[in-house]
Design a protein around this ligand. Structure first.
Ligand code: DGY
Length: 327
């Protein structure tokens, strides 16, 4: 008998077909976002789950699904999963690193450029029929070339963002849990390691790429924003909760920083409605990794992990080796 899995959200049909070669698959191609109770009920008797960042996998869910052996997230981030609780329950957890680095870095730049050069604000104005004449100061924004780029979170995506800055003749400063090896700093446009406060003070623009954990909640709040230059752009492609959205809204409204480019929000998809009243923020719906090729690669990576996990192999992107001792 094949192991049984739940694919918790809609995914590429070819990936479902691939999974069907190995598993009895319950899919969700109508893409309903399950409540916690619905998810627990769908997972009854299932050996594995192909999850996304929308499914909360906590102690309560794990306790209600004793047969579950693997949760394979189609995302590099896995703050939707209580990995310690999964390990205690003997449930292996995997993510999809690497395949999205370059696409996500591209998107970080897209947000930075759009916010610095006021692209969405100008487009909206044009679409509203307001363009009657050219003016010397219409939608003047900030230059990126020659500026100092501050990157907080210098993992693989942060480094890919830094590499792209060479074409803009920028200097890169970064802050990270630990300093990179000298050869990685050299590849990342000779990025210079600095303290977080120094970065916020010195950077012309700041990009956030750090993973979320409760200890990093509101890493950027009122006090941190106060250190930034009034001409600075803040880009968040990390996770909601890294930034205190209410503090950022106040700062943008009072023009204490120039602009922001945001792909992630506290409580998304229910973002703070005050964002919608601001013209100096570019807002996108958590799509930094959303190129066709990369989303397909992420889905296949999650499928590879699930196939390995439920056929006795070590999944390529295992996050909790300790779990394998459990079941
Ligand atoms: C990730 O992979 O963590 C992204 O945020 C989802 O695309």
């Amino acid at each position: 008998m094949k192991p049984s899995i739940l694919v918790a959200r809609a995914v590429f049909p070819e990936v479902i077909e691939r999974l069907r070669q190995h598993f009895d698959v319950e899919d969700n191609q109508e893409d309903k976002v399950y409540t916690a109770d619905e998810l627990a009920s769908r997972l009854q008797g299932k050996d594995g789950m192909f999850s996304t960042l929308s499914e909360r996998v906590d102690q309560a869910l794990l306790a209600s699904c004793p047969q579950l052996k693997a949760v394979c997230n189609m995302a590099v981030g896995y703050n939707n999963i209580d990995v310690d609780a999964a390990s205690r329950a003997g449930v292996v957890v995997t993510n999809t690193p690497d395949v999205l680095n370059e696409t996500t870095a591209d998107f970080g730049w897209a947000l930075l450029m759009a916010a610095a050069r006021r692209i969405t604000e100008a487009e909206q104005w044009l679409r509203d029929g307001k363009w009657q004449k050219w003016r010397y100061d219409s939608f003047v924004g900030a230059d990126l070339h020659g500026a100092t780029l501050g990157i907080i979170g210098m993992g693989r995506i942060g480094q890919a963002i830094a590499r792209r800055s060479t074409g803009f003749g920028m200097q890169v400063i970064y802050h990270n849990r630990s300093r990179l090896a000298p050869e990685l700093e050299a590849q990342a446009n000779h990025a210079r390691y600095v303290g977080r406060e120094e970065l916020l003070r010195e950077a012309d623009h700041v990009v956030l790429v750090l993973p979320y954990s409760p200890a990093l909640h509101h890493t950027i709040g009122e006090a941190e924003i106060a250190l930034m230059k009034p001409t600075a752009v803040l880009v968040n492609i990390a996770r909601g909760g890294i930034v205190d959205d209410a503090a950022l809204i106040r700062a943008l409204r009072e023009r204490r920083i120039a602009a922001a480019g945001l792909d992630v929000y506290e409580n998304e998809p229910a973002l703070n409605p005050d964002f919608l009243t601001l013209t100096n923020v570019v807002l996108t719906p958590h799509i930094a990794s959303a190129s066709v090729a990369t989303r397909l690669a992420m889905a296949n990576c999650a499928a590879d992990n699930l196939i390995a996990a439920l056929t006795g192999a070590v999944p390529p992107n295992l996050l909790n080796p300790e779990a394998t001792k459990g079941k």
